[in-house]
Design a protein around this ligand. Structure first.
Ligand SMILES: NC(=O)c1ccc[n+]([C@@H]2O[C@H](COP(=O)([O-])OP(=O)(O)OC[C@H]3O[C@@H](n4cnc5c(N)ncnc54)[C@H](O)[C@@H]3O)[C@@H](O)[C@H]2O)c1
Length: 439
């Protein structure tokens, strides 16, 4: 039974600095939204920290505070934001180019958005092949680049007056690469940085710099980044929480809502065909088969983990699963995702579900960026370090302790998140057993 003193949480005093490598569609939509909420003309819809509640005690107690009133989170007014990009556009220009938000809305936040100019990026065209930009750090080894990023972070801390920092990768999806020897220990990784090991991606150079300075890190893309033993070591050593990978939005969000429902009712599945068209810069990068491969791996594994074919072979063994993403410029950020789901029920009778999701990916991703920033900062103030599995709710490919399979069911993930908050505040965990109502 937790007590009020279970977890000591330092108060969120001063400003919280947010560092974002990759200031494109997701980042600019997030920043514009924060400014709109602060100015009072938009609501933070989709954000659990701002709109969600936590039920406490019995159902009859009537205690359901807002998450933000229950745990001590940084306020939106205390966020100060900076970042890096390979393009020189300030956030106002990036938001206009991304085309997610109406021009009228972007104009209303032009002042604060124009003030955010990206620092020079650590970039390697081997890892993102479809892009090339001028705002890139030159020369030196990968370790030198990491030191340059640490200098950037320190300068940002000083100029912004932030008392705490959080980093969220919102950069492009890097090409698929598997963990290698260089990722196995921190010592190997640091040697690899000095020797320019080709297995070290730019996203890992930013993450290394952040964690080395004790800055928590979330990975919004499916890249390997911190999901390797060297980074677990680094995060624990520097008391930094980490989480990832790949924001759970769009089609995967739908899949993780539908699949647990089918499994809950023990309905079988013969096939799931998912196809998408999108025309933004993310789509352009994913048009490269090597970057698509990274995305495909996280998208494919989700259904396998939810449906557990090894436990339910009669229902889910050998279901046919295809994921396609096609770059289609006319759509811009307004993506369309179709799912054809072939299921079967009583006596094996087949049925079909068709989903046509006209979604706005960055509109779904922006509140996740906000929640991750606030929760990672909370976790660090609560003394939590290493992988934060309770934040799986936000990711397509949740990071877990080595040897543990990830939980993809969004409803289990939400229960885990809220129970973690209850635990932090010394409240009873909710099991939904509910026998006490019938005594
Ligand atoms: N939009 C979503 O809902 C969503 C969902 C899940 C994951 N993601 C992932 O989030 C990331 C961002 O998505 P987006 O739609 O904003 O894409 P985007 O292309 O609009 O923005 C990515 C930005 O990263 C920059 N960049 C690339 N490499 C960089 C580097 N090494 N350093 C600094 N900047 C770099 C690019 O120039 C670009 O401006 C992508 O990896 C995407 O796959 C997005």
């Amino acid at each position: 039974m937790p007590t009020k003193d279970s977890v000591k949480i330092a108060p969120p005093e001063g400003k919280l600095g947010v560092l974002i490598p990759g200031m494109g569609a997701v980042a600019s939509t997030f920043i514009a939204g924060v400014e709109a909420v602060k100015a009072g003309w938009a609501l933070p819809i989709g954000s659990v920290t701002q709109m969600g509640t936590v039920r406490l005690g019995k159902r009859t107690d009537g205690r359901s505070p807002r998450v933000k009133d229950f745990v001590p989170l940084a306020s939106l007014n205390d966020l100060v934001i900076g970042g890096w990009d390979i393009f020189e556009d300030n956030t106002y220009e990036a938001a206009l180019k991304a085309g997610v938000l109406d021009k009228g809305h972007v104009e209303k936040v032009k002042g604060p958005l124009s003030a955010i100019k990206p620092m020079k990026a650590v970039f390697d065209p081997e890892f993102v092949r479809r892009l090339n930009g001028p705002n890139v750090k030159q020369g030196g080894s990968k370790m030198d680049k990491a030191r340059m990023v640490m200098d950037d972070i320190e300068n940002f801390r000083k100029t912004s007056g932030a008392s705490r920092l959080v980093m969220v990768w919102c950069g492009s999806t890097e090409v698929h690469h598997l963990p290698a020897e260089v990722h196995q220990t921190l010592a190997n990784f640091e040697r690899g940085l000095e020797k320019n090991d080709p297995g070290i991606a730019p996203s890992q150079i930013y993450a290394y710099a952040a964690l080395k300075m004790g800055v928590p890190h979330a990975n919004g893309a499916p890249n390997l980044t911190t999901d390797v033993p060297a980074f677990l070591e680094l995060a624990r050593e520097h008391q930094a929480p980490i989480c990832g990978k790949d924001f759970k939005t769009g089609q995967t969000l739908m899949n993780t809502i539908i699949a647990p429902g089918l499994k809950a009712r023990m309905l079988g599945l013969t096939g799931w065909f998912s196809t998408n068209i999108l025309g933004n810069r993310d789509g352009e990068v994913l048009d490269d088969p090597a970057s698509f491969k990274t995305k495909e791996v996280t998208k494919l594994s989700v259904l396998e983990h939810i449906l557990q074919p090894e436990i339910y072979p009669e229902l889910y063994k050998d279901f046919y699963h295809v994921v396609r993403i096609n770059y289609y410029p006319p759509r811009g950020d307004a993506k369309e995702g179709w799912d054809n789901i072939d299921i079967f029920g009583w006596m094996g009778y087949p049925m079909q579900i068709k989903v046509d999701f006209l979604c706005r990916d960055s509109i779904l991703a922006a509140p996740l960026v906000l929640d991750l920033i606030l929760f990672l900062d909370l976790a660090q103030r609560a003394g939590m370090k290493g992988v934060q599995e309770w934040l799986s709710f936000y990711f397509k490919g949740p990071m877990t302790a080595p040897g543990l399979y990830p939980e993809h069911d969004i409803f289990i993930q939400l229960m885990k998140l809220k129970n973690t908050l209850r635990w932090m505040r010394g409240e009873e965990l909710i099991t939904h057993l509910g026998l006490e109502y019938y005594d």
